[in-house]
Design a protein around this ligand. Structure first.
Ligand SMILES: CC(=O)SCCNC(=O)CCNC(=O)[C@H](O)C(C)(C)COP(=O)(O)OP(=O)(O)OC[C@H]1O[C@@H](n2cnc3c(N)ncnc32)[C@H](O)[C@@H]1OP(=O)(O)O
Ligand SMILES: CC(C)C(=O)C(=O)O
Length: 801
């Protein structure tokens, strides 16, 4: 049968109440009502599978934990399960002193007696009796007149009064009474008042104290009209019932029209003191009013509801398991999706909202003012309900850059610049579109890591920064009288290129352009810097720098840089700001080069070959793991050039490494045996910070006891050495680094000595190298190795003379 063209022929509208002086529309709710949870009332829960005693107990515990002080725990006469549940709570002392348990009974003597038996011995009990009072029910269900209906209510109220008095005398149980003219909203308002007046009189002991007030519960048993109608009926009742001060007016809205929340809120303004309902709106048919929703509506108006949903998920878990009904994903406050923004514009607003709020709250804190929640699209702070912000922004093909950037910020701590956000958004869009699904946090962070080669060895690109030094010294290749040269920066570093270590160097206006210069000259990578930004991550000692760069194809000038349509973004994080910038450059470079072939490290060098100092240093690094200081690279380069010239051309790679070992007596026996360390020990000399070295060195081939003082090991050793050699040595440069990791780690030391003899007639510089598990020993050995080299060079010089 189709829907009717004229439904007025089938459905009658509600009958409005004439209440021209209604007060409720201009009132504002400033305090919470008394809450009554009716979740545990049998029948009202209307569950296909009523709860077991265990489930009811778990639910009850949750209600107590949330702060309910009045809980309708059963319709005890309905079943043994309910009766036993009530007894169990009482007998096991599970009812806190400040909680009133409520039990429901119809107006039938046998059921009333069993109901009161069920609660005997409890401390605080509300007996709730109901009979239907509307015209429809009177005619159809009870076939009773108004007078008979009233008499039924009065008679059973009197019975309850008698039985509860007896119970109080016998067991000390304190009783309150609640009466419901069921189907109140369909009952003639005057008759509802009349029957309640009669019930009040029959009860006979309503007083003004909380414990003495009679409760008139005015149910919208079936929601038949709009919320304003319910409010009118409640205000009419509230204004006309006698001894209002001895009464709590309670609401019991159902949700047949989907307006139970509005009905409850307006009826509270109309004078109600109390609300009955269920968590998340469970209940007969469309449910009872949702108490969580109502409470949190008050909360977001700045009114404490005196109910605690700080861990709302725990409450949802209990309720869904006990009711075996889900909470809808879009359910106010509780649904899985209610704090979630999928669409780009919402995400953008939320992200901006959080940023704005952070600043606003800092200002409020400074001024000692409240930190008000004021967020686009989020009426409540999810954190107040124990939810984190993880679900606030979820990403699918409809999401925008703002949301994605927010997630990257939340999960990786990285605050991408706006243009990079757009660039990364395109990456995510492409994946979301291709895979036609929601992108998880993991999808997004993994895509970020892969795109920018960020976050550990798994995501490394082809080029990885291993070590670097930025110096302000002007390059030997640059004219030293050029003033600009002094302001320039020089990059010396080691970069792994497709797994092979390369020593590269370059210079520029700053560290980043110096690195780009190095990449250009050593690896034919031609890129220019277009944008750079940075921010700190973390606090105190753990602070790191995050840098972001945008690179474009090599451009001649700023105009060309700006115009470029092609660009690559990179990110770098490092405790050192220069390090983070350099890493960001390499991150972008890795995207720019893709899988393009890069010039390989040349494997043969020679006088005529184009191999430079850095290439030779790279070979030494790959073979011996030694990161030669810049000046040692230059020195060894000269040695190589000379050797190549002497052999008339190219030099094999293995010969070059052997040449290095022999030159610096590195990991080969010193054939002359003229300088070495046999033993040594160091002592601190009081507070001066000076040290004394005592030891046995082989000096000029003789085992010699030595003693020397200095402000460190090397200066003390130099002092000792100078006592036993012709001429004098002093340290020109010292460098060290570790080789390997963990327990395998070793120290490599490099010493450059300046030597002077024959009253200045002989002057020479020499380098020495040593490796040891102990950093002190490696330094000392390097010094003595250098002495061997000095000795060798000296004798070479003397022979020439
Ligand atoms: C609106 C609500 O949610 S009220 C709560 C609903 N919850 C329940 O009903 C709990 C579960 N109910 C039950 O277990 C049973 O109904 C019982 C045990 C209470 C009673 O069972 P029965 O005696 O078999 O009666 P039955 O279930 O048929 O109830 C209908 C009878 O109760 C009468 N009745 C209904 N409501 C009331 C009332 N508030 N006061 C007095 N009598 C009532 C009806 O007029 C009818 O009487 P009749 O048999 O003389 O025509
Ligand atoms: C018993 C009454 C209060 C009831 O549940 C209703 O009318 O919905």
């Amino acid at each position: 049968m189709p829907m009717l063209a004229d439904p007025s022929q089938k459905y009658k509208p509600y009958t409005p109440l004439s209440l021209p002086d209604r007060q409720w529309p201009s009132k504002v709710q400033k305090s919470p009502p008394i809450w009554l949870s009716t979740d545990l009332r049998d029948g009202n829960q209307a569950l296909a599978n009523p709860m077991t005693v265990t489930q009811k107990t778990i639910f009850y515990d949750t209600l107590v934990k949330c702060g309910f002080k009045e809980i309708e725990i059963a319709y005890p006469a309905a079943s043994d399960t309910d009766f036993n549940f009530v007894r169990g709570l009482i007998d096991n002392g599970k009812v806190p002193d400040d909680v009133w348990i409520q039990v429901l009974t119809p107006a039938r003597e046998d059921l009333i007696r069993r109901t009161i038996d069920s609660v005997a011995g409890a401390k605080h009990v509300i007996i709730h009796m109901y009979n239907a009072t509307s015209c429809l029910f009177r005619e159809v269900v009870f076939r009773a007149s108004q007078a008979e209906t009233l008499a039924l209510a009065v008679k059973h109220t009197e019975l309850i009064r008698k039985l509860t008095d007896e119970c109080t005398q016998k067991h000390g149980t304190k009783f309150r009474y609640e009466y419901s003219p069921e189907t109140f909203t369909q009952t003639e308002p005057a008759f509802a008042l009349e029957i309640c007046e009669a019930v009040k009189k029959a009860w006979g002991r309503a007083g003004t104290a909380y414990e003495d007030r009679i409760i008139f519960n005015l149910p919208a048993t079936v929601e038949i009209g709009p919320p304003n109608h319910y409010a009118d009926l409640v205000e009419h009742f509230s204004r006309n019932i006698s001894e209002r001060e001895k009464i709590y007016i309670s609401l019991h809205p159902h949700n047949d029209r989907g307006q139970s929340i509005a009905a409850a809120e307006l009826a509270m303004l109309a004078g109600a003191d109390r609300v009955e309902g269920c968590l998340f709106g469970n209940g007969e048919r469309t449910g009872n009013v949702d108490l969580v929703n109502l409470a949190l509506n008050l909360y977001t108006q700045g009114v404490s509801p005196k109910l605690d949903f700080s861990d709302i998920q725990a409450v949802i878990d209990v309720v869904t398991q006990c009711n075996d009904l889900p909470v809808h994903p879009r359910h106010p406050y509780a649904g899985e999706l209610v704090f979630t923004a999928f669409s780009g514009s919402h995400q953008d607003a939320v992200k901006k909202g959080f940023e704005h709020q952070r600043a606003r709250w800092a200002e409020s804190e400074r001024k000692g003012e409240p930190k008000y929640w004021h967020m686009p699209y989020l009426p409540i702070d999810p954190a107040d309900l124990g939810c984190n912000y993880e679900a606030v922004i979820r990403v699918n093909a409809q999401s925008g850059k703002g949301g994605i950037a927010y997630l990257v910020q939340q999960h990786l701590g990285l605050d991408m610049p706006r243009k990079m956000q757009i660039s990364f958004y395109n990456v995510i869009q492409e994946i979301a579109d291709r895979e036609a699904r929601e992108m998880t946090i993991e999808d997004i962070t993994t895509a970020f890591r892969k795109t920018y080669h960020y976050g550990g060895s798994t995501y490394e690109g082809r080029l990885v920064l291993k070590s670097f030094k930025i110096s302000a010294e002007s390059s030997p290749d640059l004219p030293t009288d050029d003033e600009a040269a002094d302001e320039r920066r020089q990059f010396d570093g080691t970069v792994s290129v497709d797994g092979v270590l390369r020593v590269i160097r370059g210079d520029g206006n700053g560290p980043l352009s110096a690195l780009l210069d190095a990449l250009r000259s050593h690896l034919d990578i031609d890129l220019s810097l277009r944008e750079y930004s940075e921010h700190a991550i973390g606090h105190g000692q753990d602070t790191k720098a995050a840098s972001y760069v945008e690179l474009v194809p090599l451009a001649r000038d700023i105009k060309e840089i700006r115009k470029s349509t092609e660009s690559w973004w990179g990110i770098g994080v490092d405790p050192d700001i220069a390090g983070s910038g350099l890493r960001a450059v390499l991150s972008a470079v890795n995207s720019a080069i893709g899988d393009r072939a890069l010039p390989e490290l040349k494997l043969s060098v020679g006088y005529s070959a184009k191999t430079g100092q850095a290439d030779i240093a790279s070979l030494v690094l790959n073979e011996l793991h030694l990161e030669l200081p810049r000046r040692l690279q230059a020195s060894f380069f000269e040695v190589v050039q000379r050797a190549a010239r002497e052999t008339g051309g190219q030099m094999a790679y293995s010969d070059l490494i052997q040449l290095f070992r022999d030159t610096y007596v590195y990991e080969v026996p010193d054939k002359t045996g003229r300088f070495s360390v046999q033993s040594f020990k160091m002592e601190n000399l009081g507070e001066s910070g000076h040290k004394e070295l005592m030891g046995e060195f082989v000096i000029n081939g003789k085992l010699t006891k030595v003693v020397g003082r200095g402000n460190g090991l090397l200066t003390a050793a130099i002092a000792a050495l100078n006592e036993h050699i012709d001429g004098k040595v002093s340290i020109r440069e010292y460098a060290e680094h570790s080789i390997g990791e963990g327990s395998e780690v070793k120290a490599a030391s490099y010493v450059e000595l300046a030597y002077e003899a024959d009253g200045g007639a002989i002057k020479l510089n020499a380098w020495g190298i040593a490796k040891d598990t102990d950093i002190t020993a490696s330094g000392l050995k390097a010094l003595l190795n250098t002495m061997s080299r000095v000795d060798y060079l000296h004798s070479e010089l003397t022979q020439k003379k």
